[in-house]
Design a protein around this ligand. Sequence first.
Ligand SMILES: Nc1ncnc2c1ncn2[C@@H]1O[C@H](COP(=O)(O)OP(=O)(O)OP(=O)(O)O)[C@@H](O)[C@H]1O
Ligand SMILES: [Mg+2]
Length: 202
Amino acid sequence: MNIATSAGVVIWLTGMSGAGKSTVARALVSRLQAFALRATMLDGDVLRTGLNSDLGFSAAERTENLRRVAHVAALFCNEGFVAVTATISPEPEHRENARRIVGESAFVEVFVDTPLEVCEKRDPKGLYQRARRGEIAQFTGIASPYHPPVHPDLTLHTQDNTVEHCVDHVVDYLVRNRRFAIGHVGERSLKMANLRAVVSGK
Ligand SMILES: Nc1ncnc2c1ncn2[C@@H]1O[C@H](COP(=O)(O)OP(=O)(O)OP(=O)(O)O)[C@@H](O)[C@H]1O
Ligand SMILES: [Mg+2]
């Protein structure tokens, strides 16, 4: 069985609505957990139903929303988790703030680069249709800009690749660039490793 070791890291997925951030984040967290790593997903939509439910979509509120997401991600990261965030984060300053909050060495900016036409065709939540009818103000890509990263750490092309391939790409990046190591252990040693983790509370 393969297990992995990693220091805490924040994988910050950015891209337009429908680009595939939540889908990739979910699959990536499952993959990392299958490596016996502590990994968690921080989905912008989910956080907006609770912690950030007081915020709308004005420029100032988006900045505040993403500041909070970055701080939550940093808390997980400092506890040794791989925190995978899924937020549109349309402005370079949003991503730069998040990088500053988390710290350069632990921050991986991943551009989920899916063209607007593809996102709009997918329209998994019917939001583009509603935005085109003028029912959603400040919808990114339609009535509010998305400024893509110029130098992301990693870019995923979801229109040409499967979700699993996108996850492979992130894992390869972590192994090559972020001291993420994958090793093989027998079932018995894995059980012992987990037991020690439980006993030590880590
Ligand atoms: N390679 C791929 N990676 C991710 N999603 C894909 C891929 N291929 C097809 N899809 C589909 O694209 C859609 C992406 O929707 P998803 O909710 O993940 O987008 P999102 O970026 O989280 O949008 P939002 O910002 O609105 O939350 C899903 O229906 C998913 O099945
Ligand atoms: Mg999403």
